[in-house]
Design a protein around this ligand. Sequence first.
Ligand SMILES: Cc1cc2nc3c(=O)[nH]c(=O)nc-3n(C[C@H](O)[C@H](O)[C@H](O)COP(=O)(O)OP(=O)(O)OC[C@H]3O[C@@H](n4cnc5c(N)ncnc54)[C@H](O)[C@@H]3O)c2cc1C
Length: 548
Amino acid sequence: MTDFDFIIVGGGSAGCVLARRLSDDPKLKVCLIEAGAKARNPAIHLPFGLAVIGLFNNLQWGYETAPQQHLSKRHLFWPRGKVLGGSSAVNAMVYARGMRADYDNWAQLGAEGWDYDSILPYFRKAEANQRGGDHIHGADGPLSVSDLPNPNPLSQAFVDAGAQAQIPITDDFNRGEDCEAVGIYQVTTRNGLRASAARAYLSPDVRQRPNLTILTQTSVRRLEISDRRAWGVHTTNNADEQQTLRASREVLLSAGAINSPHLLMLSGIGPAEHLRSHGIDVVKDAPFIGQRLADHLDVITQFTSRGGARGGLGFQWNLPPRGLRWAAQWLTRRGGTLASNLAEAGGFVKSDPQLDRPDIQFHFLPARMANHGRELVWGYGYTLHACNLYPRSEGEIRLTSADPKAPPMMDPRYLSDPDGRDMHVMMAALDWSRRILAAPAFDPIRGRELQPGPGVQTEDEIRAWIMETAETIYHPVGTVAMGAAEDPRASLTPDLRVKGIAALRVVDASVMPRLIGGNTNAPTIMIAEKAAEMILAAARTGTEASTP
Ligand SMILES: Cc1cc2nc3c(=O)[nH]c(=O)nc-3n(C[C@H](O)[C@H](O)[C@H](O)COP(=O)(O)OP(=O)(O)OC[C@H]3O[C@@H](n4cnc5c(N)ncnc54)[C@H](O)[C@@H]3O)c2cc1C
């Protein structure tokens, strides 16, 4: 079959939701196209597989940023999932929605209908919270949200230490209101297995629907557009076979915050001069496609720990017998260490008490990890990540070539804001991290501070260390932002239609007009839930998806 009602490009967090919700209507023929393979690797499914998932190059796109001027000219590694489930198949499974004010701010910026009260029903619709539902949480959705069956004692020490540093404790960061607190995160797992968007939304019965075609290991190279209307996509598969697939209703771009703007530009929708400089015919001059890139940047504090039962997780001589015990615990009760997402605990604090909401988020790991899990670290320890939730620096995605196989240029321009506010928040994040890790709860456990290390104390030393070591916490957004129809910085209208092109929407993390105060998987799934409802409503009434 090559003719469909809807073609969805990208089977990640958003794409899997769309495939499921649109194919709920048996009259609609839906095609989901994913560049990666089916999720067969066990490291995806076992939550603890996160410790080694970075070693599998075939599960991600292998992206690196342009050299970062304010990070000692380093190229930062930017993992993105390339597998059915997308980044939700390789992420750290932390379930965090962000705060009420984040979404109210989207609406104030022109994203009408995306204020907190309007989007809350879609978070609930998506969610199956193990604790049951209420007016904030959902109980019956496809996305399982669970309590960690056996948090590591070091994670509990982090929570206790946070309380000793005068931070309140919570068991639910997702009430929408002020979440200035520490606690153990809820995670997107079910029965001790990762609940990626693919596993949550594309259950075997959904995959077998006659009106849903799922093509894996198939890359979309270009969107087909005539007379400013999207009518299909051009694909190649692993055998280099090319195909054109037609969508009679809409093409839905869910390729993520890097690849969605990349594909739009390759298809002639983007900043006109830039497209022409690569020999691409301009279909629509859209200056902000690929712009407004924002990401959460992290400082990472790491300690060795003293061994013993409270020694956390790590590669050590006793790993084989411990591993056998972990396997037995997982097999008998789907619990124990193999059910751990590693980033077990965390929280939110303010860099300045005057702020209306927290602007720093923690992720605590009862283990030592290095280089995004791409290097195995010998020995026990613990790691605290702390990121700036609302950076002012804005970057961009640009073409490097008109060849679709060439990766785009990704330049988040971290710490480039002219007044230095972002660096100030990073320094405050380190200050908070050290304060918590110095609290008495860690006294029986604490070994040596490896990062930043005792030699990093003065403002200048801290600044230099941040420039040498800060890393992404994997939340790029904003590159095809939605906003008011008359806002020139908005590439999409609030119903996620590409301005000036009929029958084309973008539905993924790139549509966020601003970063939210938390992790981005649940918000992306929420976006896709709301989008699916809008798309189905338009299909029912026969409304053509076109915008000014
Ligand atoms: C390592 C890591 C850890 C993270 N940890 C967390 C966490 O703990 N909690 C959390 O909430 N968020 C986390 N995130 C972020 C979160 O997972 C992402 O924000 C979210 O998954 C983005 O969803 P998306 O649909 O926009 O893109 P993706 O899920 O990345 O999906 C895009 C899909 O499109 C496919 N694709 C791209 N181009 C093409 C093409 N040309 N043709 C066909 N297919 C294509 C890709 O292969 C991919 O499957 C993490 C992300 C990473 C990478």
